[in-house]
Ligand binder design. Structure first.
Ligand code: HEC
Ligand code: HEC
Ligand code: HEC
Ligand code: HEC
Ligand code: HEC
Length: 423
């Protein structure tokens, strides 16, 4: 169905509804198959309502981590949420400190706007960062509060309660009369132009940074980006226009599609004694660290030497580089009070930040003490979490039937770059 046909169908419905811009019967119907009352405020409008006309954008969003950002859908967030907060389908759940779970300000904006914690109780809550989660952001105020504390997610914005924030700068009219049915300025919901939607401010409230309960920064993408003095907004890389439509797939660590542009790898090899000397360089061309975001994101470089027949004769590690070859693992290492490695919720300090910072180049050197090296291969492999987290999540899933299913490929290392050199 073309856009104008869809518009006229909508107009007929809108005309008979009582509150023209919000509680149309169509909106109610689309919302969870008529099991839920019509939305009474903009943040309650389900993405399914927008889907009727913005089908491509809806499908892109639906496959993204924004649509899967709650503890009901995302097993990694879901595991940590259950560990530090509790059941995401229960009302009035509090953190151990007796507070409203801060996670929801970023992971489920609609629930946070209502101060609710049962994410199953409304479609809009369970949709996580949905259309309205971003398109009601009106003005960015920043995280830093006068008393030195931080606010997060939707708390860092003035949220609109009256109009969708568009990016073209155009204002639309909602008057649903037959006369303006073909009006290019018609939109079924009030929609105003807001230039902020084209700037990084539209992302920063959730992506700038976050501290754990002990004040240890767990995520600092915004600070990394500011330090790199880049003037390109997040959207220019993360939301390219494809066939005239702004791509809402917003792929990151969970989808490896853009991963290949995230790292430049080079390998050189020369003779040394009976063996060989290898130099691997890794450059991060991005305006933020690689990896960025959640502190357990990591990549490592596997270096393999082959003989003339193509047999593997040497490798920089056998199982995992964490203990066997730490220099080839690019990750943040968090520590407890005594300086022992620990996970994000319990961390008291950052022991080491070994990720590649924006525009950084790092060199790894290896002496291969084996004769017969003919070819060397360096491969960078990206991982969402570290081995201890896989164990921890597995344990939580075993004891808790409400945990979302874990895809079998979720923890599989993803190749992001490769380089080869011949002797
Ligand atoms: C009845 C059809 C219809 C529905 C339902 C609909 N839209 Fe739209 N929308 C349009 C049309 C037509 C345009 C203008 C052409 C375009 O950009 O696709 C538009 C444009 C937009 C724009 C870009 C405006 C600009 O100029 O920057 C945004 C943002 C938007 N819609 C958001 C939404 C959201 C969010 C919802 C769900 C709450 C929604 N729309 C529901 C038809 C619809
Ligand atoms: C993570 C935040 C975010 C989410 C979630 C989101 N949008 Fe957007 N959207 C944006 C931003 C930012 C822009 C402006 C991009 C630009 O112009 O650089 C935009 C632009 C648009 C546009 C205008 C551009 C175009 O190509 O027509 C439409 C329409 C739109 N969004 C609809 C939707 C719909 C429908 C949903 C839900 C299915 C949605 N958006 C979810 C952030 C978001
Ligand atoms: C010059 C292009 C560019 C700009 C600008 C940019 N990014 Fe990225 N970003 C990438 C690429 C490429 C990747 C790696 C591939 C991927 O994950 O999509 C990435 C990865 C990410 C990831 C995934 C986490 C990971 O494992 O590394 C997040 C989150 C992210 N960027 C957020 C942002 C935010 C927020 C901004 C704005 C402050 C931003 N990016 C600006 C190119 C860019
Ligand atoms: C309302 C909060 C919010 C806003 C606004 C927001 N994001 Fe996100 N974003 C999230 C959350 C939460 C996640 C992590 C979801 C998860 O993995 O459970 C995420 C994940 C991502 C990822 C990683 C996806 C992956 O595959 O791992 C990228 C890339 C990203 N966002 C980019 C952006 C960009 C660019 C903007 C601005 C246009 C933006 N986001 C705006 C909350 C937000
Ligand atoms: C300031 C906003 C914000 C707050 C508050 C927040 N998060 Fe997140 N969270 C994000 C963003 C953005 C990402 C995506 C970063 C990336 O892709 O690396 C994310 C990703 C995650 C991930 C990785 C998910 C995955 O699929 O790999 C986990 C786990 C997580 N958050 C747990 C939590 C928990 C638990 C809380 C509350 C105690 C919380 N977050 C609070 C913004 C936030």
């Amino acid at each position: 169905m073309g856009l104008s046909k869809r518009l006229s169908k909508w107009l007929t419905i809108a005309l008979v509804s009582t509150i023209p811009w919000l509680a149309t019967s169509a909106a109610a119907e689309e919302q969870a198959g008529a099991t839920e009352a019509a939305p009474t405020k903009p943040s309650h409008i389900s993405a399914k309502v927008c889907k009727q006309c913005h089908e491509t954008i809806y499908e892109q969003w639906k496959g993204s981590m924004h649509a899967n950002s709650t503890a009901l859908q995302d097993p990694i967030h879901g595991g940590f949420y259950r560990y530090v907060v509790g059941n995401p389908a229960e009302e009035d759940v509090k953190t151990k400190a007796g507070k409203y779970p801060v996670c929801l300000f970023c992971h489920s904006p609609a629930a946070a706007a209502d101060g609710k914690t049962d994410l199953d109780s409304k479609v809009s809550y369970s949709e996580g960062v949905n259309c309205m989660g971003c398109h009601l952001l009106k003005e960015y105020k920043g995280l830093d509060q006068p008393d030195g504390s931080l606010k997060y997610g939707i708390k860092t914005y003035v949220m609109s309660d009256s109009a969708i924030q568009g990016s073209s700068g155009k204002n639309y009219t909602t008057n649903p009369t037959a006369a303006n049915q073909d009006d290019p300025n018609f939109h079924p919901f009030p929609l105003v132009g807001n230039s902020m939607m084209r700037t990084s401010d539209a992302c920063m409230g959730c992506h700038d940074r976050r501290n754990n309960a002990h004040g240890v920064p767990l995520c600092v993408t915004g600070k990394e980006y500011e330090k790199s003095s880049t003037f390109v907004a997040c959207q220019s890389c993360h939301m390219p226009k494809v066939d005239g439509i702004t791509d809402h797939s917003l792929a990151g660590g969970h989808g490896s599609a853009n991963m290949r542009s995230s790292l430049i790898l080079n390998a050189e090899v020369k003779k040394k004694g009976d063996g060989a000397a290898v130099t691997v360089t890794a450059k991060n061309p991005l305006p933020h660290a690689f990896p960025t975001g959640a502190p357990f994101r990591n990549f490592y470089i596997k270096v393999t030497a082959y003989d003339e027949q193509g047999n593997e004769i040497w490798q920089n590690f056998k199982q995992h580089p964490m203990k066997e070859d730490p220099q080839s693992l690019f990750v943040v290492v968090l520590g407890d009070e005594e300086g022992k490695p620990t996970g994000p919720p319990t961390a008291r300090q950052i022991l080491k930040d070994a990720r590649l910072q924006a525009n950084e180049t790092r060199t790894l050197e290896y002496d291969i003490p084996v004769a017969g090296v003919a070819r060397v291969r360096a491969e960078a492999l990206y991982n969402l979490v570290l081995p201890p987290h896989i164990q921890m999540l597995g344990k939580i899933a075993k004891d808790d039937p409400t945990m979302p299913a874990m895809d079998k490929d979720l923890f599989k290392p993803k190749p992001v770059a490769v380089a080869e050199a011949k002797l």
